[in-house]
Design a protein around this ligand. Structure first.
Ligand SMILES: Cc1ncc(COP(=O)(O)OP(=O)(O)O)c(N)n1
Ligand code: TZP
Ligand code: MG
Length: 225
């Protein structure tokens, strides 16, 4: 298996979908195709609705799109959906789990060693250490800046990114990441920037992805591993 920090899918721009910004199949698939063509490294399907049929149809269509671009598709929250997609699409399907979601160790057992599984760690080194021990592929921290998508998410210190460097896993920064804040998150140590609004809320999605990717490339991580 590729060591997590050397996995090119776990560096760069991580786009996360939003069912308010992309309310139907057409807008969702069109926007994601544009973001994939512009060079995102990872895509997360995040839909909080209870409509299982819609979630299956949309995530299955996204999996086909992601496969064409050789980009892994990460499912938010829903282990059963990730497992069902994995049976059809293989190891390119991953899962993101928060602290209120399924247990990471159970997800790792059910999805296998090759699946990308990410964990929300807020700004806690304790949660990050536990997630690493339970088999996380990447550790997500935030929200670092004011978020239009999840304004109620608790604020986090950028310094946590350097505090967890020795865990040796890719660090994802989330929450209010845009062209003005991307450099700070990257300089603080994030290998990957997770973005909703500054990609899918923008009129020029491709331009937004390219500008964010340039900011990542231009800024060296200070909180090195
Ligand atoms: C990459 C990434 N990081 C954090 C989150 C947040 O997950 P969670 O805390 O479970 O909150 P919800 O997204 O489920 O509202 C994420 N989805 N992705
Ligand atoms: C899911 C999530 N968890 C913490 S902030 C956030 C939303 C990030 O969206 P945005 O990039 O629009 O701030
Ligand atoms: Mg969750």
């Amino acid at each position: 298996m590729v060591a997590a920090l050397d996995n090119p899918a776990l560096r760069g721009i991580y786009a996360i979908t939003d069912s308010h910004l992309l309310p139907d199949d057409r807008s969702l698939l069109g926007a994601c195709e544009t973001a994939l063509e512009a060079g995102i490294a990872l895509l997360q399907y995040r839909d909080k609705s209870a409509d299982d049929a819609l979630r299956w149809r949309q995530s299955d269509a996204l999996a086909a799109l992601c496969e064409r671009h050789a980009v892994p598709l990460i499912i938010n929250d829903d282990l059963a959906l990730a497992q069902r997609l994995q049976q059809r699409w293989g190891a390119s399907i991953g899962l993101h789990l928060g602290q209120e979601d399924a247990r990471l160790s159970e997800a790792r057992e059910r999805l296998g060693g090759a699946a990308i599984i990410g964990a929300t760690c807020y700004d806690s080194t304790r949660l990050a250490t536990a997630a690493a021990q339970a088999g996380a592929s990447y550790l997500a921290f935030g929200r670092f800046f004011a978020s239009k998508t999840k304004p109620e998410a608790s604020p986090a210190r950028l310094s946590v990114l350097s505090e967890v460097a020795t865990l040796g896993l890719p660090r994802v920064a989330i929450g209010g990441i845009d062209i003005d804040t991307a450099g700070q998150a990257r300089a603080a140590g994030a290998e990957m920037l997770a973005v909703v609004h500054a990609i899918f809320g923008m009129p020029d999605i491709a331009g937004a992805v390219r500008a964010l990717a340039t900011a990542v490339d231009a800024t060296a991580a200070v909180g090195q591993r």
